[in-house]
Design a binder for this molecule. Structure first.
Ligand code: AMP
Length: 550
């Protein structure tokens, strides 16, 4: 497909705010698409080139400005000026390209395939000269693009399409395009987590996607419960498991081949060769999909804080060295698939019993602490022990419930001692003073509200110098505006924040403020991104819960 055809569609989408109209425009696009292009077109229509939770392009605005300057012949100052005028690097590229005397002669028509393939190469480029290589790939597209095409290419690179297409809309458009049921589309997505692939299956009329070894499944999530008693009362048959403060992983085994995925479905196999080895040695099954929580532990197997583990997750080189420095322990709690049979629709009691049978436990590769308590006292003792071991509390699970991928449906209830920490997005900050002048020391935080981020306050405490340094490094390329010492940044970094209380506050657009907020940890993007941040509705809920607790 010509890229120009997709661009026509983006334009139409941008012009209307009506959901049904948008759905019909998209449905038309998907229907008219050749089989070969459907995967690419579906993802590009969502402004992406990787499936949800997959790789991110990670191209900073500064890089884009350089590309635009290079291709249009404008100076970088002109690009910045245009960006300030329009607030959109897509429009800036479009207008600057219009001004340029176009040598349309000999310009090749851009195809969807070319745009998709060039952009997909970006995250893989690393090492010396990588910046220049990335610039070349984007510049190649821009030089063949018409001004309008340039607008959307730039926006795709930046991950800001501004055409109002969210997952729900794609689901409904696919349903319409291929005469399928929206619910089936969503179910299929929950299992395979990739709308590009879902589109292909919908087109073939094969939506009943089976869970497949090697393809990540969206993970099941937990709801919060105000207390242990309330959680236990919720289910006829309940299990309680320690809630480990670590990193969720999903392991896929097919013979000797092991793949490990993060909670956001990123392939992290390379970072965990130790877990892969244990899985080969200690799983007595030919094929399976299991889940567990990885913890960093010391020599005596005592759990270490999450920050230590995050060094393992970040590390992309010298892995063997980090494996030795930071040993991990994996605590398994789920079985989704075993030797050709999906276990997702079986009750937890069956999944757990089958998991127990196939795992040969070692100190580092073990089953999660799990009880099926006969009394409240037994559960309470178990819960206190988890807290004493610096873990987060327990998750109470419904033993009769199936595995519901990608959703919080109340089958798992987390019980924690402290008020629920919040995962908030950094939308700005303030440069420090004196000795701290080279760091962004105080952060402006926001909660999610639909596709927007709404301010909920500031946080300056709890940051060590190392954290300030790390955060500044991450935030600097994301700065979009600077006014004196205050900066605004693109909402990409998520931090976990503890606090003493949630208060109503007219001062912030969310309507709530946190009393004594403090940084608990900087989230890795593999763990939680802005889309996983807490919402204003969550804050409201916790606000009400806190009232009940008192
Ligand atoms: P939260 O991130 O607070 O919504 O809590 C859910 C997360 O707790 C899961 O995604 C897991 O990473 C983690 N977790 C720790 N222990 C368990 C467990 N025993 N069962 C399920 N999830 C667990």
């Amino acid at each position: 497909m010509r890229y120009a055809k997709l661009v026509e569609c983006y334009e139409k989408l941008e012009k209307t705010t009506k959901k049904l109209e948008k759905r019909d425009i998209l449905a038309g696009l998907y229907r008219d698409c050749e089989e070969d292009d459907l995967y690419r077109v579906t993802l590009l229509s969502m402004g992406a080139v990787f499936s949800a939770g997959g790789l991110e392009l990670g191209i900073a605005e500064e890089t884009i400005k350089r590309v635009i300057a290079k291709v249009t012949g404008a100076g970088e100052a002109d690009v910045t000026k245009k960006f300030k005028e329009t607030g959109d690097l897509g429009l800036a590229a479009e207008q600057l390209l219009k001004n340029k005397k176009q040598e349309t002669l000999g310009r090749k028509d851009l195809t969807v395939e070319k745009v998709f393939e060039n952009l997909r190469k970006l995250p893989e480029i690393s090492g010396t000269g990588s910046q220049d290589k990335k610039i070349l790939l984007i510049a190649e597209l821009l030089s063949s693009a018409s001004p309008k095409e340039a607008r959307y290419i730039m926006r795709t690179v930046l991950g800001e399409m501004r055409v109002g297409v969210a997952a729900g809309l794609v689901r409904d458009a696919l349903a319409k395009a291929f005469e399928q049921n929206s619910e089936d589309i969503e179910k299929c997505f929950d299992v395979i987590g990739d709308y590009g692939r879902v589109a292909q299956l919908a087109a073939e009329g094969k939506l009943h996607a089976e869970i497949t070894v090697g393809m990540p499944v969206r993970v099941m999530l937990a709801d919060r419960s105000p207390g242990l008693k309330e959680a236990l009362d919720e289910f006829e048959k309940a299990a309680a498991e320690w809630k480990y403060d670590g990193f969720r992983i999903q392991g896929h085994k097919s013979g000797n081949k092991i793949k490990i995925f993060s909670r956001r479905m990123e392939d992290v196999t390379n970072q965990f060769p130790d877990i892969a080895k244990w899985a080969r040695e200690n799983i007595k099954a030919k094929e399976c999909i299991i889940e567990g929580e990885a913890l960093a532990v010391d020599k005596n197997l005592k759990p270490l804080p999450f920050q230590v583990l995050s060094r393992r997750i970040q590390r992309k080189y010298d892995i063997e060295k980090t494996v030795k420095e930071i040993p991990v322990q994996i605590n398994l709690f789920e079985l989704l698939y075993l030797n050709g049979v999906s276990y997702m629709n079986k009750p937890l009691s069956d999944r757990w019993n089958a998991l127990k049978k196939i795992i040969k436990e070692t100190d580092h590769f073990r089953l999660a602490d799990h009880i099926e308590p006969k009394s409240y006292e037994e559960a309470e003792k178990f819960y206190k022990r988890s807290l004493a071991m610096q873990q987060e509390g327990v998750i109470v699970k419904n033993l009769d419930a199936h595995y519901q991928p990608g959703k919080r449906v109340g089958f798992w209830l987390k019980v924690k001692e402290i008020l629920e920490p919040l995962d908030l997005v950094v939308v700005g900050g303030e440069w420090g003073e004196g000795k701290r002048a080279r760091w962004i020391g105080s952060l402006i935080l926001a909660a999610r509200h639909g596709n927007e981020f709404v301010e909920t306050g500031r946080m300056a405490s709890g940051l060590t110098e190392q954290q300030m340094e790390d955060l500044t490094k991450k935030l600097k390329p994301l700065i979009t505006e600077e006014h004196g010492k205050i900066v605004k940044v693109k909402p990409e970094i998520v931090v976990e924040v503890g606090y003493e209380e949630i208060q109503r506050s007219p001062k912030y657009p969310s309507g709530y403020a946190l009393r004594f907020p403090r940084l608990l940890r900087i989230r890795e993007k593999e763990d939680k991104g802005p889309k996983d941040a807490n919402t204003v509705a969550d804050i409201e809920k916790f606000f009400r819960m806190q009232g009940r607790k008192k």
